[in-house]
Structure formats: C-alpha cells, structure tokens
Design a protein around this ligand. Structure first.
Ligand SMILES: [Zn+2]
Length: 413
C-alpha cells in the first residue's frame, strides 16, 4: 500500500487525477507528475496503465483479484495494519518468515513439526515440564550442567558437539550469541541451503533423546548425521516420484490459424530489478509466415496480470493497425484469456484495459481469444523478454529479430 506523502500544493488542494492526464494523447503528463510528486511516487503513477478510451471511473478493491470487496479481505487488511502498528512488528514478520521457511522445506511433516515446536518453545523439555509442574528437576539428563530448554536439548548441549560439527561447524560460529532455538533456525535459513539437513538432524536428536528417556534401543550418536541424510534422501525420492508427471507428449506446440485467418501470439515479462515490464507479440498467417513482430518496454505495473493484459491489448492494437480482419489472439495466461472471453474482472485494477480490449475487438470482422501453454507461445515470450534491450518499442515487419529466428523456425516443424 502506498501513501502519497508529497504535499498537494503545486496542483491545488482540490486537484483531481485527471489534471495529470494528457487526454488528447491518452498518456500521463510526465512533466506535471515529476514536478508535483516525489520521485518514487512519480514512478508509481507513471506505471499505472491508462485506458485508450475515455472510460468511466470505477472504484476497485485492490486486495482481491476481481476488484470486489469481501469481508474476509477487509478483515485481513485490518489485522495486518494492527500487526504493523505494534512496536515489535519487525520481530513478528521475522518469525513469520522463519515459519514460512520451515513449512516450505521438503522434509517429512514430523520434522517440520519438531522445528516448529522447538522454535515456539512448546516441546516437552524438562524446563517446560517443570513449568507445568510435571517434573521437579529441569537440568539436562545428558550433561547435567544446564537447564534442558529446546535450545539446549537440540543444539547447545556439549554432548551434541560431535554431531553438529560434521556439517554445521560454520553455524556454531555464527550462533555464539543465539539464546533460543528459533534464532538458530533463522541462521540456517539465512546462510545456507542445508536447512533440510539441519531439520532432519534435529529431529533425530530429539527422537534419540526420547529413546534414551523411555529405555528404547538408541541410535548411536555417531550415526545421527548419516541417518539424517539417508532419511532425507529417502523422503525426497519418495515424494518426488509420484509428482513427477511423465513428459506429456501433447505439449502444446504453436499451430497456424485456419486459412484466411491471422494468429497473434502475445506475452508479458517482468524485470523487477529494472522496474520494467516487457510486452511482446507476433502475428503469423495460415502458412506460419510472420507478418509482424513487436516488443515494448513499459514501467513495471503492480501485477503480473496487468502486464499480461497490456500485452494482449498491444497485440490487438498491432493487428488493428495492420488492418487484419480475422484474428485469433493467443496468450499463455489463463486468467486473462478467461477474463476477456467471459467479460469478468471488469472491476479489477486492470478492468479499464479489458474494456479497451472489448472495444478494440469490435473493429475486426472476426476475432477469438485462445489460451495456449508456454511451449505454444515461445516467440511471443522471447519478444517480451527482449523488451528490456530497447528504450521504447520496436516493430519488425515480415521478420523476427535474429535472436529469435531459431525459435520461430522450430514452431514451423
Ligand atoms: Zn546437556
């Protein structure tokens, strides 16, 4: 959410957004925006796509993709604001990040659960059991030197030194100032991709501690590291096999339109680090011959959907400018194709662009919008990715840029 902090004075207190728009050319008045707002605000405003036509102002709710308000999203927003107002908001978002990191690990749920309980200090350690008056003694049963917190039982007990030294000696150095197990988890997430091994090792240490407690057969301490790795590999292998779908032979390939028709493929790309987005389109005839190819770089809009819908609109403008009468427009964003065909999402943040598309579509004799998979849209994708090499837009008539020639040819065979 953005709160404008520039004062309104240069434009007057009752100024409306329309003073920022060049209504004849349907673009932002950059000079006015730059002189009235702070640079980051100006950049955000200029990235808002404008309608090509005079469309009616609508209110939309940015927290739902369809632009309509729901109590649930309103409640969520209030909750977030409340959390952000608390002085410890950074701590809260930090631990949220840690939890998300744990849940995203590809490890068995029991290992996630262990990390979560250890990090939130809810494991039945001796310290916790004493707090609940179940035990009277809270010192570590292994070293008898310190209190058995989850930090001690899983990480800092001197008995565990030989275990953690094998793969995590780097972590011991970083963790000298840590006082909770949550701090240690966070360090593994920040500094290494061994978080899954860390979790599996901690789970075995805890399981072993319980085996000793109840007198079960105990995993020798020197076997913890190798067992943790084996368990992890076994789990990752087992969980990847059923999900790895066999290569689908009906992978979408580009196909030419029916005789007499043109096909325009379009796609969008984002370059977040450059605050840019790219729009790309290619129009081919029923022989697969290229009529025109197009790339355009624009300021980065706020959503990926907006980029895709702008790519669709620019493909339509290109086809219209070239006077084609029967055109199939094909893109790989299912949401956008559905929205165009069903006429919904008109209340969303990009509803005005969908409106433009509806209006522009009327200028063709026949028009249709189809969804394809990415493999069927590769040239358009390449054109969109190429946008950041150009300062504005670039059109190739009856040709594709040399870098994409191979991709274009492979569509024909
Ligand atoms: Zn100990």
């Amino acid at each position: 959410m953005i709160k404008v902090i520039s004062s309104y004075s240069p434009l007057g207190y009752d100024a409306k957004v329309s003073v920022l728009i060049d209504h004849d050319n349907r673009c932002w008045r950059e000079d006015v925006i730059v002189s009235s707002f702070l640079p980051h605000e100006a950049a955000l405003i200029k990235a808002i796509p404008l309608s090509l036509d005079k469309s009616v102002d609508v209110l939309f709710w940015p927290r739902n993709s369809n632009g309509l308000y729901s109590v649930k999203s309103g409640y969520k927003l209030l909750l977030e604001c409340e959390l952000n107002d608390e002085p410890s908001s950074s701590d809260l978002s930090l631990s949220k990040k840690v939890w998300r990191g744990i849940w995203n690990l590809k490890i068995p749920n029991r290992a996630k659960n262990l990390l979560w309980r250890a990090g939130s200090e809810t494991l039945p350690t001796r310290v916790n059991l004493r707090k609940r008056k179940i035990l009277t003694e809270d010192s570590c049963p292994h070293c008898l030197l310190e209190k058995e917190t989850s930090f001690h039982a899983l990480w800092s007990c001197s008995c565990l030194y030989p275990v953690w030294q094998v793969h995590f000696s780097w972590l011991s150095k970083l963790a000298v100032n840590c006082s909770s197990f949550l701090d240690v988890i966070q360090l593994t997430q920040d500094h290494n991709n061994l978080s899954d091994v860390f979790a599996m090792t901690a789970a075995l240490i805890w399981a072993r501690r319980n085996q000793i407690r109840v007198g079960d057969k105990v995993l020798p301490i020197e076997k913890i590291n190798s067992t943790a790795l084996e368990n992890l590999q076994e789990f990752q292998l087992a969980s990847s096999t059923p999900h790895r779908a066999p290569p689908t032979f009906k992978t979408a390939k580009w196909s030419p339109p029916p005789p007499g028709w043109m096909k325009a493929n379009f796609d969008g790309a984002t370059f977040s680090s450059k605050a840019l987005a790219g729009l790309g389109a290619i129009i081919r005839n029923d022989q697969g011959l290229v009529m025109a190819a197009y790339t355009h770089s624009i300021p980065l809009p706020t959503s990926v959907e907006t980029v895709e819908v702008l790519a669709a609109r620019s493909a339509i403008c290109l086809a219209k400018d070239l006077n084609f009468s029967k055109v199939i427009f094909e893109g790989d964003s299912e949401i956008i194709i559905k929205a165009i065909n069903k006429g919904d999402l008109l209340s969303s943040s990009f509803g005005h662009i969908l409106n433009d598309i509806n209006l522009l579509s009327k200028s063709f004799q026949r028009v249709s919008f189809c969804h394809t998979r990415r493999q069927g849209n590769r040239v358009a994708h390449g054109l969109a990715r190429m946008a950041c090499n150009f300062s504005d837009y670039q059109v190739w008539m009856e040709d594709v840029p040399p870098d994409l020639y191979n991709v274009y040819c492979s569509d024909l065979h």
